[in-house]
Design a protein around this ligand. Structure first.
Ligand SMILES: [Zn+2]
Length: 336
């Protein structure tokens, strides 16, 4: 018989599915604050995977991805353990905010500290009660601050198991990206646990394509690492890896006019939009500083000089990336 799992004093026996409330803190109203965690602890040995969302409290796509994931009949055949944490930053989620009440960004405070700030404590709690029990992880994010992301995986591909998970997830592009200091991804990697970050969509909105691809991606990873039976999946999306990316910034302050959309191809030194004043008297050109695919872009058309406008990922073969994005659009956004 497989051993029970213990999370914050709650025992989850082999074969049990359980929602537990992980005590976080109290509000100054004397109300307790808990982090809701759902655990599927199967009787069969296998990997222990955490899937987390809303580390930034306004990034809600992942909450819906996890809700749909937990309804999947496929989970009846689970091996190992799935730990789902749809709302890590419970404070931010309540306030539709990226930040904690102490105005800190939780994803810069991992692995946290038991005696540190509220944010640091939350990071510590997550590492001790969740990550320390897991063999694999997937953390779900969206663009931030009026920016929207093309569905993409960010991962450290030097690790073969992480690379296998990344290729299986099935996003059109994968960013072999630098790791942010203090991010969950960094803290988990330092414990030698393979982790993917799935980025897609924008804050405070549900993006149907991003959600559908996210649910399928998590299930595909679970199949690849032996948590679910393998099935043959029909898709033309061949993930293409980018190992460098750059932000094209606003050359001046003003109002943006552009036809460039997420997933579009851009060439270095080409004009990708203009910035004008409210009278249309002064105009300056936005020139792409790289060749590649737009994987993130600003939606708010009002900018200051230097603001990040378009996130361009570079590829060995831009053509391969274009094909992958086209396949994604055909499969998930057929009406566009
Ligand atoms: Zn985020």
């Amino acid at each position: 018989m497989r051993e029970s799992l213990n999370i914050s004093g709650h025992e989850i026996k082999a074969g049990e599915n359980k929602t537990i409330d992980l005590p976080v803190s109290e509000l100054y109203t004397h109300t307790s604050i808990n982090m809701p965690v759902h655990v599927l602890h199967s009787k069969k040995d296998g990997p222990i995977l955490f899937v987390s969302a809303a580390i930034h409290g306004d990034e809600i796509n992942g909450v819906e991805i996890i809700r749909r994931l937990l309804k999947m009949k496929a989970l009846n055949k689970l091996r190992g353990t799935l730990i789902a944490i749809p709302i890590v930053n419970v404070f931010g989620f309540l306030n539709h905010s990226r930040y904690s009440p102490d105005r800190r960004d939780l994803n810069r405070f991992f692995p946290g500290n038991e005696s540190g700030s509220l944010t640091s404590w939350l990071a510590y709690l997550f590492m001790e009660e969740i990550v320390s029990k897991c063999t694999h992880g997937i953390d779900i994010h969206t663009g931030s601050n009026h920016r929207i992301n093309l569905p993409q995986i960010r991962a450290y591909l030097d690790d073969p198991e992480t690379e296998r998970m990344a290729m299986t997830f099935g996003t059109p592009v994968i960013l072999d990206a630098d790791i942010l200091e203090g991010s969950l991804r960094q803290a988990v990697k330092e414990r030698n646990v393979p982790i993917l970050v799935y980025e897609s969509g924008e804050v405070l909105r549900f993006d149907e394509a991003a959600i559908k691809l996210g649910v399928r991606g998590v299930l595909s990873v679970m199949r690849a690492i032996g948590m679910l039976p393998k099935v043959r999946r029909k898709t033309d999306i061949q993930p293409v890896i980018s190992d460098s990316s750059t932000w094209v910034r606003a050359p001046s302050s003003g109002i943006i006019k552009t036809k460039i959309k997420l997933g579009d191809r851009v060439s270095e030194n080409s004009r990708i939009g203009i910035i004008t004043d409210p009278f249309g008297e002064r105009e300056s050109e936005i020139i792409s500083t790289a060749s590649g695919i737009v994987i993130g872009s600003l939606k708010l058309p009002l900018v200051h000089r230097g603001d990040a406008l378009f996130h361009v990922a570079r590829f060995g073969s831009t053509k391969a990336a274009v094909d992958s994005v086209t396949a994604f659009r055909q499969e998930f956004e057929p009406e566009v």
